[in-house]
Design a protein around this ligand. Structure first.
Ligand code: 5GP
Ligand code: MG
Length: 471
């Protein structure tokens, strides 16, 4: 990988689904929805549309507006559709792994889009292959599709089929699916990745985040619950079922820290408010004397606001982020990597010169970007740079959709806070405590997965975990 941003963990994928009982353009709605979910994956994008008994699908590598144009969207005619934006958690980033996946099975055609990562996909794949199954991709979504097809043969009920599959697969999954008769949304029993339902006119929408409902003018109805299966038919009837498996809810807390867009509500909590609260608690836990609080865009901005409000230190706009530099920005040589960061970020000198700056960011993964930002601020004349991180040290790899496959990448897993401070060149460095972070999703009634901070995984994770699935 030669992308300097590829060194980071990769984001979770985004899924979207719609059943059109009005007369808008189905594929365009999905396109707008995926546009709003672009932050969850920039590697590939795809839309599958069902018309009668056929499912048309277009997917390719690239950003949503690169993959789709007017001509392609016009060809995708139909009344039920799903879409996906992907960032592979590692390994194969090829179009064969792009989603949605469209499959023929005994009952007709099916399309499936998945956000998450199965921890037992290779065991299941081996089993299926030894019984003659053929796979076209290396991603775990195809394993799910295969199991659905297999169990559907033995049952004449789709709900029963899905429940059986949910008993077999382990890991995280938020799924949108088209079956011959319905649009389906499925969330794993732990509820690790988010999924919600909205409505516009007589049409239902399912999306990873509520910001995608806003983008298509749909009204948020509710979050899909952990372990819930939602089915919507073409008459607009919505059915809800629960998986046989009951688990303690474990939403990925990193959704609130970094992944989800701040204008989304996840499981009843505003991501923006959770981040502001993180900044407030951080200011109480680790106060510092300074002249200005700035956020590292965009992840650190909301928490910087909270830090400023709590500490009374003025909030400033001290770092500009070039919004046209995507996360897939390619940096061929080590020597040009540093330049990459200066293309992406530039300090606003008039805000920081001669000042003691508190710099807030959501997390430090490797420390590379952070070091360059601190250096930049100092070169721009900042007298002091005090780094405050709105989450605890990121120490443990994620097996549920974020690629931190080797712990070596995580600077906090092998360095002390003082060593990290020295590495990034800040005058001081402090992190939000885990107790503090857990108080940030104010009003939440669900539990959280905090494994990346404390190593407490909500389920057993095998040593050799699949690396080819969607994050
Ligand atoms: P580092 O200093 O570790 O190189 O970079 C820290 C920055 O990476 C922070 O600004 C944080 O917002 C960002 N970050 C954290 N997680 C991810 C991720 O999954 N993907 C990307 N692209 N950036 C991330
Ligand atoms: Mg950031």
């Amino acid at each position: 990988m030669n992308d300097f941003l590829m060194e980071k963990q990769k984001e979770a994928c985004g899924v979207f689904g719609i059943i059109n009982n009005d007369d808008f353009d189905t594929a365009r709605m999905v396109y707008y929805g995926l546009y709003a979910l672009q932050h969850r994956g920039q590697e590939s994008a795809g839309i599958a549309v069902k018309s009668g008994n056929t499912i048309l699908c277009h997917k390719d590598m690239g950003l949503v507006p690169e993959v789709f144009d007017r001509v392609i969207l016009n060809q995708l005619q139909g009344n039920v559709a799903i879409g996906h934006v992907r960032y592979s958690t590692t390994g194969d980033s090829s179009v064969s792994n792009a989603q949605p996946m469209v499959l023929r099975y005994r009952n007709g055609n099916m399309a499936i889009a998945h956000n998450g990562n199965l921890v037992n996909a290779s065991v299941l794949r081996d089993e299926l292959e030894s019984q003659g199954a053929i796979f076209q991709s290396t991603n775990d979504t195809e394993v799910i599709a295969n199991l659905i097809s297999r169990y559907r043969v033995m049952s004449n009920d789709i709900v029963d089929t899905i429940k059986k599959v949910m008993n077999e697969i382990k890991g995280s999954y938020a799924i949108t699916m088209i079956t011959p008769k319905r649009l389906v949304g499925i969330r794993d029993p732990f509820g690790i990745r988010p999924l919600c339902i909205g409505k516009t006119g007589n049409s239902y929408v399912i999306a990873s985040e509520s910001c995608a409902l806003d983008a298509v003018g749909a009204k948020f109805i509710r979050d899909i619950e952990p372990g819930e299966i939602v089915l919507i038919d073409e008459e607009g009837n919505l059915e809800s079922h629960k998986s046989d498996k009951k688990e303690a809810s474990s939403l990925c807390i990193f959704e609130h820290v970094y992944f989800a867009r701040p204008d989304s509500n996840v499981d009843g909590v505003s991501t923006h408010m959770a981040r502001v609260e993180a900044g407030r608690i951080l200011a109480k836990e680790h106060p510092v004397e300074a002249d200005i609080v700035i956020g590292a865009p965009s992840g650190g901005l909301d928490a910087a606001l909270g830090f400023s409000r709590e500490s009374g230190i003025p909030y400033g706009h001290g770092l500009l982020k070039n919004r046209y530099v995507g996360r897939t920005f390619i940096q061929p040589e080590q020597a040009t990597r540093e330049k990459g960061v200066s293309i992406k970020f530039n300090p606003i000198k008039s805000e920081v010169t001669g000042k003691r700056v508190v710099l807030i960011d959501d997390s430090i993964v490797r420390g590379t970007t952070t070091r360059q930002i601190v250096t930049m601020l100092k070169e721009a004349g900042a007298k002091e740079v005090h780094m405050r991180i709105s989450s605890p040290p990121y120490k443990f790899p994620c097996f549920f959709g974020i690629d931190t496959s080797t712990r070596k990448q995580l600077v906090a897993s092998y360095s002390s806070i003082e060593e990290i401070r020295e590495l990034i060149g800040a005058d001081s460095l402090a992190y939000l405590s885990l107790e503090g972070l857990l108080r940030t999703p104010v009003g939440s009634t669900l539990g959280f997965c905090t494994a990346c901070f404390n190593g407490n995984y909500p389920m057993d994770v095998p040593d050799e975990v699949e690396k080819n699935s969607c994050g």
